[in-house]
Design a protein around this ligand. Structure first.
Ligand code: HEM
Length: 142
């Protein structure tokens, strides 16, 4: 079970980064090209957000199954940078990114002006992407 969820988290991680980055780039190009915010923008933005939601949900399950997750929580482990990344920094920063993505999407949904919609999505999603990229265990993953 643990291995299956770990592999899923790793695989969905690639998909999340691709779909989420694509949502930012697509909206950025539309905004710079002064194009209206269409249903296509809406769907691509929604897919980007849902990919982060899915990955966070799988991450939460993994946190309780992995020997690097909750079961490794101790004062000693917190003093080790790699252990601390999995126990605290990775989950916490990813959850903050999840909240920002959701807030950005909800804000954009309420706005009527296309320019303001683009700004809300691009700003919130971009900050989230930076946070996500900053706490991925790159050395182990790739
Ligand atoms: C957008 C959100 C997230 C992304 C992109 C992400 C990405 C990753 C990646 C790439 C790995 C390395 C996988 C591997 O070594 O094969 C990993 C490991 C891990 N992640 Fe996440 N993660 C996210 C959210 C979360 C959350 C919210 C939690 C917990 C609450 C979490 C818990 C873990 C744990 C415990 C591991 C270590 C698994 C192990 O090797 O045993 N992740 N994550």
């Amino acid at each position: 079970m643990y291995i299956a969820i770990k592999e899923l988290h790793s695989f969905i991680g690639f998909m999340t980064l691709t779909l989420f980055s694509f949502a930012i780039i697509f909206n950025l190009i539309s905004w710079l090209g002064k194009k209206p915010f269409t249903n296509v923008n809406k769907i691509i933005t929604l897919v980007g957000m849902v990919s982060v939601h899915t990955q966070v949900l799988i991450g939460l399950i993994l946190y309780f199954l992995s020997p690097l997750g909750l079961s490794n929580f101790s004062g000693v482990a917190m003093k080790d940078a790699q252990s601390r990344l999995y126990i605290l920094e990775h989950p916490l920063i990813m959850i903050i990114a999840f909240v920002l993505v959701t807030v950005g999407y909800s804000k954009a949904k309420k706005l009527t002006d296309d320019n303001a919609k683009y700004k809300a999505i691009i700003t919130f999603f971009f900050i989230s992407l930076i946070l996500i990229l900053s706490r991925i265990p790159w050395s182990i993953w790739i």
